[in-house]
Design a protein around this ligand. Structure first.
Ligand SMILES: [Zn+2]
Length: 483
């Protein structure tokens, strides 16, 4: 009896905790706008949205909020927009419960956004895409308590979210905490939703438009990769259930969140164009490890590692799995070299790769292209020193082991140290010159070392296999590309 009582009390406490923060999203039949109601406790006199930079909207997503009304226990609370997505409340105290009601105009695609609209919100013929950041006005992001989110949709619509539904209510979701709510994406509409089991993962696919008929191609692209990534890092990422949103868009782009990723694909989806869409999917999946499980202490300083290394590892994993033919892999390597050359020599960037990460979308060529070339050069350096026994794979699994598996963040110095350990020789000079410094990394000798030839004329780059490559050189190339 005592146990039953304790259990009942626990349930009661859990129930109260669950209701601490709650939101209801109401979507009408033709959603020019949607309505959001929220109830939460405030920890300051300010509420707001975590906004994404847009050149046309100073307040980002908050500029599309209309009719905001704030009350507390039924009484109006004075509320005034300040800036940067914040509203200042009058006459409130810390810990006070407030209720908010507001509309959001679904016209995000009229504007441009720093990381791309795939990481904000958009409307399609068959539904709506939203990130939590673009949907919810909150009192802060620190709350670790579970949240109730109810989605009320038009008849025939369904929602795809990274969160499991309530056992007794299909429209009710329970994000783990505030960050889980905000740093994720969801889809509401008549899109295709299907759950697929891949190895130890459950991937919830949400596919819109004409791409519904291409579902199997997306599944086939992910199937060899997820187990290969587990092997590469030597462990699982933080979650094993992910939402994958794939929609047609005017330009191809993608973004990964801790429990979901978003892809927009421009043009056809077929075997030939998989060089773009397949690469995008593989890149975003890799971020579940490198970015959301292996996490830098300073995100902007280590974008070269988060984005550049992810892109290089994506390239070699696609080659090893056979998803990319050798010609595609070579062209991707040529593209990396070209991007880096353009950033360093033609665009006159004078910042280091690390500093450039603060504006990673503007400095895409240097951060992604340069970061990936650093990864390649390091791969070759480690292989040369270890007689091809180790490579970048060992660097990544050592990083996973020391940081991801122990829930610790890593620093630049940690990467330098572990690279030295894996190579068996101090690597700080290499990182100081090309990553922390601004020297130009010439990759031709690294291609020579693996029996390949990079021929260059200004911004033209041609990669080919060298005739007469030695057995050791070819073995290193096989170690990297798997053939
Ligand atoms: Zn990325």
């Amino acid at each position: 009896m005592k146990y039953v009582l304790t259990l009942l009390l626990m349930l009661a406490v859990t129930r109260i905790a669950l209701a601490n923060t709650s939101y209801t999203v109401r979507v009408p039949e033709n959603p020019d706008s949607i309505h959001v109601s929220g109830s939460f406790k405030i920890n300051s006199g300010t509420i707001g949205m975590y906004i994404t930079r847009s050149p046309q909207l100073a307040g980002g997503q908050a500029d599309l909020v209309r009719n905001l009304v704030v009350t507390s226990a039924g009484n109006p609370v004075p509320c005034e927009y300040t800036d940067g997505g914040d509203w200042s409340l009058g006459g409130v105290r810390e810990g006070q419960r407030i209720d908010v009601e507001y509309d959001i105009l679904t016209e995000h695609e009229k504007y441009s956004w720093g990381p791309g609209i795939d990481e904000v919100a958009y409307r399609q013929d068959d539904g709506l895409f939203f990130t939590g950041f673009s949907l919810f006005i909150v009192g802060g992001h620190e709350s670790k308590e579970p949240i109730d989110v109810r989605l009320e949709l038009p008849p025939g619509w369904h929602a795809s979210t990274p969160w499991a539904t309530d056992a007794s209510d299909n429209n009710l979701y329970h994000p783990r905490d505030m960050m889980d709510l905000l740093r994720n994406c969801m889809c509401m509409g008549t899109h295709l939703e299907e759950s697929v089991e891949i190895g130890d993962f459950t991937v919830v696919l949400a596919i819109g438009g004409d791409f519904k008929a291409r579902k199997q191609m997306f599944v086939d692209a992910m199937t060899p990769l997820l187990p290969a990534y587990v092997e590469l890092f030597g462990g699982m990422p933080n979650a094993s259930r992910y939402l994958a949103v794939i929609n047609p868009g005017s330009r191809s782009d993608g973004g990964a969140f801790p429990g979901s990723y978003s892809m927009l694909i421009s043009g056809e989806v077929n075997k030939t164009s998989s060089a773009v869409w397949g690469h995008g999917i593989a890149h975003e999946l890799m971020h579940f490890w490198n970015g959301h499980t292996l996490i830098p202490a300073s995100v902007s300083d280590e974008e070269w590692f988060k984005e550049g290394f992810t892109d290089y590892l994506t390239l070699i994993q696609l080659s090893r799995s056979g998803l990319d033919r050798p010609e595609i892999t070579y062209r991707k390597l040529e593209n990396l070299a070209r991007r880096y050359f353009i950033a360093k020599r033609l665009m006159g960037g004078s910042e280091s790769m690390r500093v450039a990460g603060a504006q990673k979308h503007q400095n895409r060529f240097l951060v992604y292209g340069g970061g990936a070339l650093v990864a390649f050069a390091l791969d070759v350096r480690i292989r040369e020193a270890s007689g091809n026994e180790a490579g970048l794979d060992q660097l990544m699994s050592a990083m996973y082991d020391e940081f991801a598996a122990r829930d610790k963040t890593y620093t630049f110095e940690d990467i330098v140290r572990i690279a030295g350990e894996v190579r068996g020789k101090d690597q700080s000079d290499f990182f100081r010159r090309f990553v922390d410094g601004t020297e130009y990394l010439d990759v031709a000798p690294y291609f020579d070392a693996i029996g390949m030839q990079m021929t260059t004329f200004v911004d033209e780059f041609y990669l080919s296999v060298r005739e007469g490559a030695t057995v050791q050189q070819s073995a290193m190339a096989r170690g990297i590309f798997g053939r």
